[in-house]
Design a protein around this ligand. Structure first.
Ligand code: ADE
Length: 238
């Protein structure tokens, strides 16, 4: 099993992420830039997209069909989706995840959990959804929030970004991923400042300028608590 960067368990193995989608081109921009590109370049994340159409049925490579019982829209057929999962899923600690608004709500704790896998197979659906029988081949259904998008591609990108940045070596400082909002799931992050010391009449708080680390820690904690109480009181209740 691969472990992630809590400070007690340093390790260096990469994660493999495979995304099954009808729209592989949607991933080109986001995955070729910034942190995700760096993670791939350093060999810390191997991310591949797979065109579901390649697993389609017959000469027309059919992937969708009308729903039994009637209703609007088309459903993704089970055969192509399951064939893709079975072709792509490797051995070891692989997790197969379907992105769907009906899934478990994605959060930092789930990101950390997924980051321990050797391989993530993410299935992004389109049309009105999937034939329910694919769920027997899936470990987890995940929603990125209580709203409905046109497909699972954007949610898959969100999950990949949140997971990959937890892989040791992907972020600059190993502590970065650790200190942030939601690493303590009940507190938002404290405010940050950089130069100049004064911007349009607003000054950097004195305490951050004097180098007293204990005082800075105390101020940050208080700020985190105050910010959480103001913007996300629901986190303090939980
Ligand atoms: N597909 C469509 N909407 C979604 C959502 N909110 N989360 C995950 N997958 C989705």
């Amino acid at each position: 099993m691969r472990l992630i960067n809590d400070k007690k368990t340093p390790q260096t193995m990469a994660i493999k992420i495979d995304i099954i989608t009808l729209f592989p081109d949607m991933f080109k921009g986001p995955f070729d830039m910034s942190m995700l590109w760096k993670a791939r370049d350093k060999g810390l994340a191997q991310i591949m997209t797979h065109d579901l159409r390649d697993y389609g049925l017959g000469t027309r490579k059919t992937v969708d069909d009308t729903p039994y019982g009637g209703g609007d829209g088309m459903l993704l057929k089970p055969e192509p989706v399951v064939a893709a999962i079975e072709a792509i899923k490797g051995g070891g600690n692989a997790r197969v995840v379907v992105l769907t608004p009906a899934g478990r709500k994605f959060d930092q704790a789930l990101a950390r959990e997924l980051a321990t896998a050797d391989q993530l197979v993410l299935v992004a659906g389109h049309y009105e959804g999937f034939d329910e029988r694919i769920m027997s081949y899936v470990d987890e259904q995940i929603s990125i929030g209580d709203y409905v998008l046109t497909g699972g591609e954007l949610p898959a990108m969100v999950v990949v970004d949140a997971v990959v940045r937890l892989i040791p070596g992907v972020l600059g400082g190993e502590a970065s991923a650790h200190d942030e909002s939601f690493s303590d799931p009940n507190l938002l992050e404290y405010p940050h400042y950089t130069r100049p010391v004064e911007f349009r009449g607003e000054r950097v708080p004195e305490v951050l300028q004097n180098g007293n680390h204990a005082a800075i820690e105390k101020w940050r904690r208080e700020q985190s608590e105050a910010k959480t109480a103001k913007y996300r009181p629901d986190l303090l209740d939980s």
